[in-house]
Design a protein around this ligand. Structure first.
Ligand SMILES: Nc1nc2c(c(=O)[nH]1)N[C@H]1C(S)=C(S)[C@@H](COP(=O)(O)O)O[C@H]1N2
Ligand SMILES: [Mo]
Length: 532
């Protein structure tokens, strides 16, 4: 063996360009974790929402209605999870960019972080009920994030400089100490921030205190109760939605990224605006009033034909008309703008809320329990016959008597109609679209609704044949949906099944297709099934 071949080729000096790229990316991500972690902890201590939530909320409020409709159509009630995933991806890319920039051009990364911070500042400052305190999490998080970003890039430079030299005798690259210092700072700062931030987020979103208060509430016995659900109202056919949807399965739609947690002790409702007498009522006072029970089906205007943004529940509450009668709306008023603590608003015709036959209520109970937190605890509105976006304000804190000319609800400037009466509609629950069923008698069943008007007939059409009457379940109230069933003699092959409803005025559900926006979808729910 000859001496030259034994000699090692010297290791390349410095950090390779590719490693520099990834290390500076990691630097940016570590700084982002620190920024968000510090912000979440500060937010927790002040009992306010963290920047990620306020930025997400701003996105929700700014996203064009069309995009939102698509997102809701695709992800349904998972729309917020989708937004969070998108936000996480955007934050990661932005963070990587900040790190790379700071590495290539010192202080540019810090400046970019400042710009991103400014956006978050605006998001926090423009939220409903924003105060000086609202921007503290952003300011603190961005400040500490900037310090960590600078420190990390400095250490990375020190490592780079040191590793460009050789250890005199061995010829190996130097910089072991600097490398260790960089990795230590990057790891410890991001682990500490991630743990503290996640802890703070969990404590905030679980709103442990309010959850505990809610479970201790015992609702008063209603002054007016409903009879038990009559036999025959719930057909109990496998695959058919139950007539009353349990709270845990009830659809949820709102713009709140973080569910408001309201302590009922501090809750009050104000009735203001065009009234002779302003009224304020506390939760304790509300519970002392004679409460009424009502079955009402709540429906979302965003529901596609055949969709499931609809549910029927037993609500407990107090008629809004009684409170309005006390406040005495002034002449000329035609709308009540209800406001949630989170800034959401709905514009409801004053006449509907005053109508003795409509039973619009301030609800405190849902299916025998206090309202679940995500369904509006402690108090929400429920108005039979109107889509949720113009009537069913959750976490409601104010009713402003006003006019449609002067005011508009949250969704109106976003392209949805100011008025939102529920349209006559029906749905096939079983069999499901694309199902294979056995030849013979098949139970086709579903629901039909036109709250506050009532449904008097449901018809089924097989393969474009004649419309045939379905059997209706027992009607409990015109304010709730109605189940129906149809015994279909299924013959082998591919078949199409459509459904339409007829309301109590004799109107037949239109076949004309319409998208949910601006005021509710129309068309017949139609499914394809194979009979084997
Ligand atoms: N505060 C608040 N209340 C709200 C909303 C909202 O975004 N924020 N969305 C409304 C809409 S669009 C619907 S369909 C119903 C849904 O009520 P649920 O989530 O209890 O089913 O709530 C209404 N009340
Ligand atoms: Mo809705």
């Amino acid at each position: 063996m000859n001496a030259e071949t034994v000699e090692e080729t010297p290791a390349p000096l410095g950090i390779s360009p590719r490693a520099q790229f990834w290390l500076s990316t990691a630097t940016g991500i570590a700084s982002a974790i620190v920024t968000l972690g510090v912000a979440s902890v500060v937010a927790f201590f002040f009992g306010i929402v963290s920047p990620l939530v306020s930025v997400g909320q701003l996105v929700i409020d700014l996203v064009p209605a069309g995009v939102k409709t698509v997102v809701i159509a695709v992800f349904g009630t998972g729309d917020k999870a989708f937004l969070l995933v998108v936000l996480a991806v955007v934050v990661t890319i932005a963070a990587a960019f900040v790190g790379i920039l700071q590495w290539r051009r010192p202080n540019w990364g810090v400046a970019l972080l400042g710009v991103i911070g400014a956006l978050s500042f605006v998001a926090a400052a423009t939220r409903a009920n924003a105060t000086i305190v609202s921007v503290l999490p952003t300011v603190a998080g961005v400040f500490v994030g900037m310090l960590v970003l600078r420190a990390l890039v400095r250490r990375l430079s020190a490592w780079q400089v040191a590793s460009s030299r050789r250890i005199p005798r061995s010829g190996k690259a130097q910089g072991v100490v600097e490398r260790r210092q960089f990795i230590r700072l990057a790891l410890w700062s991001s682990i500490a921030a991630a743990v503290a931030g996640t802890g703070a987020q969990l404590l905030t979103s679980a709103s442990a205190a309010v959850t505990a208060v809610r479970t201790r509430i015992s609702l008063p016995t209603p002054a007016t109760t409903v009879a038990p659900i009559p036999a025959g109202a719930d057909l109990k056919i496998p695959g058919l939605s139950p007539w009353v949807i349990p709270n845990k399965d009830f659809y949820r739609i709102d713009t709140a990224l973080q569910v408001p947690s309201i302590d009922p002790k501090t809750w009050k409702l104000q009735i203001t605006g065009m009234v002779e007498k302003e009224i304020e009522i506390t939760f304790a006072e509300l519970l002392k009033l004679p409460l009424e029970e009502k079955y009402v089906t709540l429906a979302c205007v965003s529901q596609e034909i055949g969709g499931n943004l609809i549910g029927n529940a037993l609500w407990l509450g107090y008629p809004i008309r009684n409170l309005l009668a006390e406040a005495k709306p002034k002449a000329g008023a035609d709308m009540v703008l209800s406001r949630s603590i989170d800034g959401f608003t709905a514009g409801t015709p004053l006449a509907v809320l005053q109508d003795a036959g409509t039973d619009a209520i301030l609800a405190v109970g849902m299916n025998g329990e206090p309202l679940p937190i995500e369904h509006g605890f402690p108090v929400r509105m429920v108005v039979p016959g109107l889509y949720g976006y113009v009537s069913a304000t959750k976490w409601v804190v104010q009713l402003k008597v006003t006019t449609f000319a002067k005011d508009e609800g949250y969704w109106t400037p976003r392209g949805w109609s100011a008025l939102g009466p529920v349209k006559l509609s029906s749905r096939i629950d079983t069999p499901q679209q694309g199902a294979t069923v056995k030849a013979g008698t098949v139970a086709v069943a579903g629901v039909a609704w036109r709250q506050h008007v009532g449904v008097s007939g449901v018809q089924v059409q097989i393969d474009k044949g004649a419309w045939q009457d379905a059997k209706l379940a027992k009607v409990v109230t015109v304010d709730s949906w109605l189940q129906w069933s149809f015994a279909w003699e299924a013959k082998p092959g591919q078949h199409t099944i459509s459904v339409r409803a007829i309301d109590d005025t004799g109107a037949v559900q239109t076949a004309k297709f319409a998208n949910p926006d601006p005021n509710g979808s129309t068309g017949h729910h139609t499914i394809q099934v194979s009979v084997g």
